[in-house]
Design a protein around this ligand. Structure first.
Ligand code: TMP
Length: 211
């Protein structure tokens, strides 16, 4: 039986969600909450191995359904080994990217169809949907500019701007589909302000639930 809360952060490249995830986790811990910060593949060996295949810049022949299935497989392993045990211990799990990334990137931007990607992900996550998702809204071109200087550039980062614009459109569709679960913050501000806004949003959401 799970007692914890599962919060995911989503957005286009360079939206500042990784910085925010770390800030939010630190501040919630200072507030006395038991927090696990993670991101897929989250240091889970099997999930790391799968992820390496997906993001390898040399894997230009990868079929888009293969890509979607591999993300779902990596997600499953990370969920089972790390997220579910933490939720069972009553932790607040803050996860940088989850199912909505697959729906926006593979389902919408790659054009496989959100319904199809939802189906394979429903199989992978087996009802473990996030309790809250924070969407970091930013113009994809501005986000991509912020990537300069980052260590790792992967197979999806090098997609053309049009692809990233489609990812944004995909996320906007998800906002309409899941208005209860997904809340938006303006990620065009500087990273530290975005992180503070994200913390405030999550803190208020916890208060609404009397946590
Ligand atoms: P990252 O930006 O969190 O490191 O994610 C790596 C890349 O993988 C990023 O371009 C987003 C992409 N991605 C998907 O396309 N589908 C997914 O399900 C996930 C989790 C990430």
């Amino acid at each position: 039986m799970e007692k914890g809360l599962f919060i995911t952060l989503e957005g286009c490249e360079g939206s500042g969600k990784t910085t925010a995830a770390k800030t939010v986790s630190r501040k919630l811990t200072e507030d006395g909450f038991d927090v696990l910060y993670t991101r897929e593949p989250g240091g889970i060996d099997i999930a790391e191995q799968i992820r390496r295949v997906i993001l390898d810049i040399n894997n230009t022949a990868m079929d888009e359904r293969t890509e979607a299935l591999l993300f779902a497989a990596s997600r499953r392993q990370h969920l089972v080994e790390k997220v579910i045990p933490a939720l069972e211990q009553g932790k607040i799990v803050i996860c940088d990217r989850f199912i909505d990334s697959s729906l926006a990137y593979q389902g919408y931007a790659r054009g496989i169809g959100m319904d199809n990607v939802m189906k394979i992900n429903e199989f992978a996550i087996d009802k473990h949907m996030p309790d809250l998702t924070v969407y970091f809204a930013i113009d994809p071109e501005d986000g991509l500019k912020r990537l300069t200087g980052r260590d790792e550039i992967n197979r999806l980062d090098v997609e053309k701007v049009n692809f990233h614009k489609k990812v944004q459109e995909g996320y906007e569709k998800l906002l309409e589909m899941f208005p209860e679960r997904i809340r938006t913050i303006d990620a065009s501000k500087d990273r530290q302000t975005v992180a503070e806004d994200c913390y405030r949003l999550i803190r208020n959401w916890l208060r609404e639930r009397d946590v």
